[in-house]
Design a protein around this ligand. Structure first.
Ligand code: GLY
Ligand code: MN
Ligand code: MN
Length: 489
């Protein structure tokens, strides 16, 4: 009786979580037609008589039986829309004919449906769902990949990314990602390595091409389609609202973590699934640590700046925005001087930003402005002096990755950041009045035919606009939580 009940429950669960767009899912994901067109574009750019193979991202274990939240590999997502692990995609330049006469030019192997596993870890769409929801004609369970017998030696080139050997084997699952990779290696005669922890140092002298795919995918992903731009605009706008709400709510004595929480609450409120990267919230000298993610400081000081670099990821697309503001709502004279110098560097790079220009040129322009300004302020002695106050480039592509794939020369519909900064750590060899000042201003831009469009202007950037916004009331001023511990008398 008990078994019958379990079987019935599983059947019911399988039925309820069956195919068809679930009412629990957003209805503005990229369409199956969009992903299919991306595959066709890749196919058109592939060399003659070639096949390209992509693997889903691995599930990463956090500890014991807890895994990190799964995030699909951006190339895999771009080409398929598939959001689950344990899958492999093959895209062929030319039509292939299966033993049963079926003609096809792409095929995908995905994780099999399993009522019990789905009850514990969530819905799977399976091979049928991959056909119905994602528009694949040839979709099979991962267990079929082993005996899938296309003759790989006939291709002039087999394009794939070399393996990092960081995928765990689940010995109880012969269809996990580890097994799919091992089966693939077997099929293509992937060379055996002396040390299984190193990737191949040289390109093997056969038809395996582990270098070419990056450039093909950069050409595609670097130039955004209308649909992608719409999602990017949304991710950027959500991230700007986070900055605005913090400008209104921040008070001395708040913690870095609390500020991070306000941003991330806003992201979630607007249904952003994820963060594009770990949030950077650094008060005072913590802002000098470029990728500071500890966010531990329990109480922000009245006189310091806070540097906040956060990006919401919406349906896969991420913003990358930094604002630096005074915790007490008013920049000190020194903070204002550095802030306005960084802003003028950003404005200069923005003016230089147009099709045909190299990304690295934007760094040259910003660096020039910053170095001249630092000399004028007496912080460095000569414009060519090598110094650590501005140690990074100012621009990269954004998209499915925060540091997205894309070529170096700008074209219309590329999306990039411009993000100059000045960081003066405590005990630097300069007047102590500058110590602990760290300013980065980072905005997101869409390259247009003539120049670029600022996407993140909703979050104030000038000193006057930031100070005015910080005077606005915040709904969070009324949001009081109980003390966890009674105050000591
Ligand atoms: N948030 C990482 C970066 O600005 O590149
Ligand atoms: Mn950036
Ligand atoms: Mn950033």
């Amino acid at each position: 009786m008990k078994h019958k009940l379990i079987a019935f429950t599983l059947l019911l669960f399988t039925f309820c979580s069956s195919f068809g767009q679930s009412p629990d899912l957003p209805n503005d994901f990229l369409s199956k037609e969009w992903h299919k067109e991306r595959r066709q574009k890749l196919r058109e750019s592939m060399p003659a008589n070639s096949v390209a193979i992509f693997f889903a991202n691995a599930v990463r274990n956090r500890s014991n039986d807890v895994d990190y939240v799964y995030h699909q590999d951006p190339d895999f997502f771009y080409l398929t829309g598939y959001r689950e692990p344990e899958a492999v995609l093959l895209i062929f330049k030319d039509n292939q004919t299966a033993a049963n006469g079926t003609v096809y030019n792409e095929i995908i192997f995905v994780q099999e449906r399993n009522a019990m596993r789905e009850m514990w870890t969530g819905r799977r769409i399976g091979a049928e769902g991959t056909k119905n929801l994602l528009g694949f004609e040839q979709a099979f369970n991962g267990s079929q990949f082993k005996k899938y017998n296309v003759e790989f030696s006939k291709f002039s080139e087999i394009l794939f990314y070399d393996f990092q050997n960081d995928v765990r084997d689940n010995p109880r699952d012969s269809t996990d990602l580890y097994s799919l990779i091992e089966q693939f290696k077997e099929k293509v005669n992937y060379p055996k390595k002396d040390n299984s922890l190193t990737v191949l140092k040289e390109q093997p002298k056969n038809n395996l091409n582990m270098r070419g795919l990056h450039s093909l995918m950069a050409s595609l992903r670097g130039v955004k389609t209308t649909e992608e731009i719409e999602l990017l605009r949304k991710a950027v706008m959500i991230s700007c609202v986070g900055q605005v709400e913090v400008m209104k709510a921040i008070e001395p004595g708040m913690s870095e973590r609390e500020i991070q929480g306000i941003h991330e609450y806003v992201f979630k409120k607007y249904q952003a699934e994820d963060l594009g990267y770990p949030s950077i919230v650094g008060g005072g000298h913590n802002g000098c640590i470029l990728h500071y993610t500890d966010n531990y400081k329990p109480s922000l000081d009245n006189k310091e700046l806070i540097l906040m670099d956060l990006g919401a990821e919406f349906h896969g697309y991420t913003a990358d925005i930094t604002r630096t503001i005074p915790v007490n709502g008013k920049f000190s004279p020194e903070q204002k001087k550095i802030y306005e110098l960084v802003l003028s560097a950003q404005e200069a790079s923005m003016k230089a930003c147009k099709p045909g220009v190299e990304l690295s040129h934007l760094t040259v322009v910003s660096r020039d402005v910053v170095n001249k300004g630092l000399v004028e302020l007496g912080i460095i002695k000569t414009e060519t002096e090598k110094h650590l106050f501005f140690p990074h480039g100012v621009s990269h592509h954004i998209g499915l990755d925060v540091h997205d794939k894309g070529h170096r020369v700008l074209e219309p519909n590329m999306a990039i950041t411009i993000e100059p900064g000045v960081y003066i750590p405590d005990n630097s060899a300069t007047d102590p009045k500058w110590w602990g000042i760290a300013v980065r201003i980072e905005d997101d831009y869409l390259i247009t035919k003539e120049g670029c469009e600022l996407l993140s202007g909703y979050a104030p950037r000038t000193v006057a606009d930031i100070e005015a916004m910080m005077k606005q009331p915040s709904p969070l001023q009324k949001f009081k939580l109980p003390e966890l511990e009674p105050k000591k008398k």
